[in-house]
Design a binder for this molecule. Sequence first.
Ligand SMILES: [Zn+2]
Length: 66
Amino acid sequence: MFLLGIVVLTLAGYAALCMLRPYIPCAKCTGRPAAPCRACRGHRVRLRAGHRILNGSRRAHDHITR
Ligand SMILES: [Zn+2]
């Protein structure tokens, strides 16, 4: 069950990371000046994939949709 502990710790750390820093720099826009792409719509940052999962489970989307 050592492996299970590592998986749980990794998931917990990722969840914490998603809460602390929900936005990550867009990988498609790096190095390109003002080139709007579909991934981030020109904002240069985009939400983590895990943050959506977190929102669905915690129902705490009011701080984003304000
Ligand atoms: Zn982009």
